[in-house]
Design a protein around this ligand. Structure first.
Ligand code: ADP
Ligand code: ZN
Length: 215
């Protein structure tokens, strides 16, 4: 199963990705997570990506595309994967199409999680992530049992550097301009599964799984 998760920042892609990867036993490939790991490890890629990420801009396509091609070529992706945060513009989408074509493969579905714009900022600025297992929580909507501590692994929770309000607004703008045209792009290929992301986590999960069972 080869899947893409599409939707604005704050749509809950990371949360749904966790459910999907468990249900279908495919690797969850989040370019945002990979970049953040590189930032933390202070790799060359991390140093290059940092300036863009902290401004809420996209990391340049050549870096991102190479990274994804490498990742998707690994053994664990042989039977499928869930892409989250990639592609993010038409150049990246074309690069992915080419990669798939080279290998005689195709996508099974693109899950488009739609959320009202006015709830995105509140969702993102209240978000807290686990340093260790990357689980995400929300200070109001989904608080951890113990403040600042991950329910799953006890790891320390933190706020992403790019989750501050002004960066969030920038990221939403980038999504609308560069990423949202991908909905029409994949709709033309008959791949889009639209999901209402305004509901509770559990309801969204049920809708996603139902859509995937039908493809
Ligand atoms: P979001 O919550 O906004 O969906 P992500 O965790 O997916 O955030 O990504 C965080 C940041 O990492 C982005 O704002 C961008 O700078 C960078 N990034 C992630 N994926 C890509 C990509 N496919 N192309 C370019 N930049 C990316
Ligand atoms: Zn954790």
């Amino acid at each position: 199963m080869r899947l893409i998760l599409l939707g604005p920042p704050g749509a809950g892609k990371g949360t749904q990705a966790t459910f999907i990867k468990e249900e279908f036993r495919i690797p969850h490939i989040s370019t945002g997570d990979i970049f953040r790991q590189n930032l933390r490890d202070n790799t060359e890629l991390g140093q290059k990506a940092r300036v863009y990420m902290n401004k809420g801009k996209l990391v340049p396509d050549d870096l991102t595309i190479e990274l994804v091609r490498d990742r998707l070529s690994r053994e664990d992706c042989k039977y499928g994967y869930l892409l989250d945060g990639f592609p993010r513009n038409l150049v990246q989408a074309e690069a992915l199409s080419q990669f798939l074509e080279e290998r005689g493969e195709s996508l099974d579905a693109v899950i488009d999680i739609e959320v009202d714009k006015n709830s995105l900022v509140e969702r993102i600025t209240g978000r807290r992530m686990c340093k260790d297992c990357k689980a995400s929580f929300h200070i109001h909507n989904y608080p951890p049992r113990e403040e600042g501590k991950c329910d799953h692994c006890g790891g320390e929770l933190y706020q992403r550097e790019d989750d501050r309000e002004e960066t969030v607004l920038k990221r939403i703008g980038v999504y609308e301009e560069e990423t949202s045209p991908l909905i029409a792009y994949y709709d033309r290929q008959g791949k889009i599964q639209k999901i209402n992301g305004n509901a509770s986590m559990e309801d969204v999960k049920a809708e996603v799984l139902e859509a995937l069972r039908e493809i």
